[in-house]
Design a protein around this ligand. Structure first.
Ligand code: CTP
Length: 397
């Protein structure tokens, strides 16, 4: 997967630099072409001679090769590289990267990068946990860099906690994964909804459902890995996102989700409505907690707005609109009806009668229909694989 890929490895002054020769060996074995660059402080931890021998190229440390009048061109390096891996990265370098303090060759190369940048921090646990470091990591993520989170374990200080540089094998896997994904959704803007919506009854209770958001998050992740710019509008969920190409917007109620979808919808090439939207909300939301009583309690409910139907009304000619149908009976008939009434290009049918498919499970089994009938009949797969199948079907259109 990495054969012929040009990769810059940037090393900074951390004890974890001893792992980098192993990383270089693994990358070279995969056929990658490596250029090592390092900060002056990094040379105290691992020798340029070891690194240049393993990478078969001279290591670049200074912007100028001293005594020769020769300039090491960071801009050229930025254009040459298919990927840059910054590992290990100290708290000091994280701060410089965030603020563009280009006082060494490593930072000038970072600022010149035109390729995916992977940043693997390594430091002592208190430095790592400090709000400054965490804020820098958050900002670097928001700039579109991929953070390879440090692991929890024994640290050079003797303390145990988060801060250990990720193992070379794992770094290799993360970088390879990036290249495995076809970049067939580049330049596509995709709006995806996920999770349940909650309709408040009173300040402590709500109407909701068992959706955990996994299917929508898998779709968002897969689309982003394949190059799309994703807006993920999510109802309440404990799931996290890791891809910098996903812009996450958290909402609670159907009305909030509707407002966000209507605002992002017009700018989207593809909209996938994977959220399990609550169908009803209470007519009268209590401002104070409803007290328990022995008498039965009646709640008057009113239908929520059908977000997908509204998106179907607003749909433009070049837009692709995809909905989900969760059914327990007359599956195909009901799905077809939703496809038509909501003006969809595709509907993804989920049957709760299929074992292994449904809320909170890691797997799913889907059938995809368009106006002409079934276009994809899936088997039970992980939600990530199902997400990939869905995107393949959309791409064909
Ligand atoms: N949907 C929506 N807004 C709602 C209800 C549903 O946008 N208020 C969307 C869902 O996200 C899904 C599709 O419509 O993509 C179908 O949802 P589903 O719950 O299967 O069907 P409903 O239209 O709610 O009808 P029913 O519950 O009667 O099957």
């Amino acid at each position: 997967m990495l054969k012929g890929k040009k990769i810059v490895i940037a090393i900074t002054g951390s004890i974890a630099a001893y792992k980098i020769p192993f990383l270089i060996r693994l990358l070279v074995k995969e056929g990658a072409d490596i250029q090592v660059i390092m900060t002056p402080a990094a040379t105290d931890f691992v020798t340029p001679l070891t690194l240049s021998t393993l990478s078969q190229r001279p290591v670049i440390i200074d912007p100028f090769t001293s005594g020769t009048g020769e300039w090491n061109n960071h801009v050229e390096l930025g254009q040459w590289a298919d990927a840059m891996i910054f590992a290990p990265v100290t708290a000091n370098t994280l701060g410089k990267m965030v603020n563009g303090i280009a006082d060494n060759f490593v930072i000038t190369a970072y600022l010149s990068a035109k390729c995916p940048v992977f940043i693997a921090p390594a430091m002592d646990l208190d430095m790592y946990g400090h709000p400054s470091t965490q804020n820098n990591i958050r900002l670097l993520k928001s700039f579109g860099n991929f953070i390879i989170e440090p692991q929890v374990g024994e640290l050079a200080s003797g303390l145990t906690g988060p801060g250990r540089l990720e193992e070379p094998e794992k770094i290799l896997q993360i970088v390879s994964n990036h290249f495995i994904h076809k970049q067939d959704f580049t330049k596509k803007k995709i709006l995806i909804t996920a999770g349940p919506t909650y309709e408040k009854i009173d300040p402590v209770r709500f109407i909701g459902n068992f959706s955990t958001g996994q299917m929508g998050f898998s779709l968002a992740h897969e689309a982003a890995e394949r190059g799309a710019t994703v807006t993920l509008v999510s109802g309440p969920t404990s799931l996290e996102i890791s891809n910098p190409n996903i812009h996450r917007v958290d909402v609670e109620s159907t009305d909030e989700m509707y407002a966000r979808c209507i605002s992002f919808g017009p700018d989207s090439d593809i909209i996938i409505m994977a959220a399990a939207v609550a169908d009803y909300s209470v007519v009268l939301q209590h401002r104070t907690k409803i007290k328990k009583s022995t008498a039965p309690l009646c709640l008057e409910l009113k239908p929520t707005i059908d977000i997908l139907k509204e998106l179907g009304v607003a749909k433009t000619e070049n837009q692709i609109l995809v909905g989900f149908a969760l059914e327990t009976e007359n599956e195909i008939e009901n799905a077809n009806q939703k496809l038509e009434t909501k003006n969809l290009d595709f509907i993804i049918l989920n049957s709760l009668n299929d074992n292994g498919a449904g809320f909170g499970l890691a797997t799913n089994k889907i059938t995809i229909l368009n106006g002409n009938g079934i276009v994809h009949q899936g088997v039970l797969k992980t939600k990530q694989e199902v997400a990939s199948d869905i995107l393949d079907v959309i791409l064909k259109k």
